[in-house]
Design a protein around this ligand. Structure first.
Ligand code: NAD
Ligand code: DAU
Length: 362
């Protein structure tokens, strides 16, 4: 939560938020965070409930008086127009996206549709919406992948690093970022772009590296590490991402961009070994022990970015944000969450998921 005694607020509560993609991984962590810290704010979630969206992620919020869930597509202009007007929205926090790189390689179409066309529809709707509240804002939640790939000794990505996306996913996010920027420059739609590094934590869909490894260890299945396992990602606990967005929403002027990162660069193979150690310690009766015996190097992801690293000094200096959860603590909590919430992830591994898994891994 933003410390009101030390920071300059541009936007104060109560606010009226439309959160797109709020039933996904980061979106649901954000909605829970927001309802807890700002209970007087209206929080309307619009989510299409694709394979990655899960109503269960928000089930504990149904009794919250200011929370509303709407199942719908961000590409549906009339739905969005109606929601903005009926709910007098002054703040859009835009998470909705197709988010998985491997799926974008198999089938890019949905990525162009949701990430580019969907963002365009939201921008158009917000451009024609005139909230009565002061300081409306559209926060576009984007990714560090738009900057492309670093080699070992390159400096970390900063806000002025040129875009060089390498996957259909990152290209579609880059396209959406350009639209968001253009709507500020051309129409003065009050937008802010955030580019964040890899998130981890509770409610992350099983296809992503950390949940996939945790679940496969529990099931005694092989742990597929792409290529030589030396690719590096900069990991951030999802709640710290939400805290950063809190600072952006309350404190940032429109037209800004912020890089958000955990300052936690870890090689994939080292991360998988840490997860194995944690599972060996915390999980009773693992089918294969020690679980690192399950590690298998598999064919590399096409266009696989070698290294991401974020220079987060702008948000640290201007908004006073820094990560609060260490990677050791965050990974331990995440492993414990997947251990304690088998009833959440088991139903997600049905035939649709198995078909996807076979396509990528066999
Ligand atoms: P996710 O895949 O877990 O969730 C995406 C959500 O968007 C789902 O609930 C899905 O149902 C919804 N959605 C998809 N298409 C939609 C549509 N057309 N209309 C309405 N809803 C739709 O994604 P995530 O990992 O939580 O990522 C959220 C956002 O943060 C994305 O924009 C992503 O690019 C960005 N991001 C993610 C990470 C990360 O590490 N996961 C890091 C940086 C930025
Ligand atoms: O950097 C931010 C991005 O992080 C977000 O924009 C994306 O939405 C999010 O999915 C994530 O992208 P990555 O491609 O980095 O995440 P993923 O979990 O898919 O993979 C992390 C690393 O692990 C990557 O180098 C690929 C590797 N990997 C992944 C899987 C699923 C494996 O080695 N084996 C696997 O089975």
């Amino acid at each position: 939560m933003v410390d009101s005694s030390t920071v300059q607020f541009i936007r104060s509560s109560p606010r009226r938020l439309l959160v797109t993609g709020g039933a996904g991984f980061i979106g649901s962590n954000f909605v829970r965070y927001w309802c807890h810290h700002y209970p007087q704010d209206r929080v309307v979630v619009v989510d299409a409930l694709t394979y990655a969206g899960n109503w269960q992620n928000l089930a504990d919020l149904t009794s919250h008086p200011q929370f509303r869930f709407v199942k719908g597509d961000i590409c549906d202009r009339s739905l969005i127009d109606n929601l903005l007007a009926a709910e007098a929205i002054d703040t859009i926090v835009h998470f909705a996206a197709e988010s998985h790189v491997d799926r974008s390689i198999l089938a890019p179409d949905a990525f162009i549709q949701t990430n580019i066309v969907g963002t365009f529809a939201l921008l158009e709707a917000f451009r024609h919406h005139h909230p009565s509240q002061d300081h409306p804002i559209f926060v576009h939640v984007s990714t560090d992948e738009v900057y492309g790939s670093l080699s070992g000794d390159d400096p970390a990505f900063c806000e002025t690093t040129p875009y060089a996306p390498n996957s259909p996913y990152s290209a579609s996010k880059a396209g959406s970022d350009h639209l968001v920027r253009a709507y500020y420059a051309t129409y003065q739609v009050p937008t802010i772009i955030t580019n964040c590094s890899n998130n981890y934590g509770p409610y992350q869909f099983p296809e992503k590296l950390i949940p996939l490894m945790c679940i496969n260890i529990l099931l005694g299945q092989s742990l597929p590490v792409y290529g030589d396992g030396q690719n590096i990602r900069d990991w951030l606990y999802a709640i710290d991402h939400c805290r950063a967005l809190d600072g952006v929403i309350h404190q940032s002027p429109p037209g800004e961009t912020y890089n958000i990162g955990g300052n936690n660069e870890v090689k994939n193979i080292d991360l998988v070994r840490i997860l194995c150690k944690l599972m060996d310690e915390l999980a009773p009766n693992l089918p294969v022990y020690p679980s690192d015996r399950l590690i298998t190097f598999v064919k590399d992801r096409p266009g696989h970015d070698r290294r991401y690293a974020i220079d987060a000094s702008k948000i640290q200096t201007q908004l006073g944000w820094s990560p609060s959860v260490t990677i050791e603590e965050g990974l331990r909590q995440t492993v414990q969450w997947y251990l304690a919430n088998r009833s959440w992830w088991e139903p997600l591994l049905g035939e649709q998921y198995q078909a996807y898994y076979r396509q990528v891994y066999s």
